[in-house]
Design a protein around this ligand. Structure first.
Ligand code: ADP
Length: 191
């Protein structure tokens, strides 16, 4: 089993790349953002509780996403591993994931960190706002907050990966295909 973590600020393209990476290597794509939006759309109790937090660009409580991920890992069969997209987003989530994998005989094999400068990020997010229909994409102040939350709460997770030797920085500017090739070249080193 291989477990790949995709990192990068909002708008860095981790969702887009995760989908194609998962297809190519027969991994399950696990996006906590997609899972939470599905709860919102289905109008579940959990979705209703998380709606305001997500619309403000804040993080939902760690235990909510940790539980979602654990359930998905345990209900998955026939895959060679997982691509985690948007999780872990805090050091606490990273520690929980590491333990969760360990007790199941797995580990974090690779952390891919997409690097995109702020000017390019804002430009991409403005374009995405026109098509995504996401409340958290529609407001510039919320986008700025999400980038700020990424810098303060999620970047420390990259340090955590660096200390365990699994993180790789990847240039996230260029064509989707070129970035995909850069990501694949790192995955090839662990399979
Ligand atoms: P993006 O990376 O484009 O900001 P995501 O789809 O990954 O978007 O996440 C959207 C929102 O869902 C986040 O702003 C946050 O409110 C919530 N969310 C997603 N994943 C997590 C997580 N691992 N921990 C806490 N909140 C999360």
């Amino acid at each position: 089993m291989i477990n790949v973590l995709m990192f990068g600020p909002p708008g860095s393209g981790k969702g887009t790349q995760s989908v194609t990476l998962a297809e190519k290597y027969n991994l399950l794509h696990l996006s906590t953002g997609d899972m939470l939006r599905a709860e919102l759309k289905a109008g579940t109790g959990l979705g209703k509780k998380m709606e305001a937090i997500m619309a403000a660009g804040e993080l939902v409580p760690d235990e909510v996403v940790i539980e979602m991920i654990a359930q998905k890992i345990d209900s998955t069969t026939g895959k060679k591993g997982f691509v985690f997209d948007g999780f872990p987003r805090t050091v606490e989530q990273a520690e929980a994931l590491q333990k969760m994998l360990e007790v199941r005989g797995m580990k974090i094999d690779l952390m891919l960190v997409l690097e995109v400068n702020d000017v390019e990020l804002m430009d991409r997010m403005k374009k995405r706002a026109l098509v995504s229909g996401r409340a958290d994409d529609a407001d510039e102040a919320v986008i700025n907050n999400r980038i700020e939350v990424y810098r303060s709460k999620t970047e420390p997770v990259i340090e955590y990966g660096r200390s365990t030797g699994v993180s790789r920085q990847v240039d996230g500017v260029g064509s989707i295909e070129d970035i995909f090739d850069r990501l694949c070249s790192h995955i090839e080193t662990i399979i």
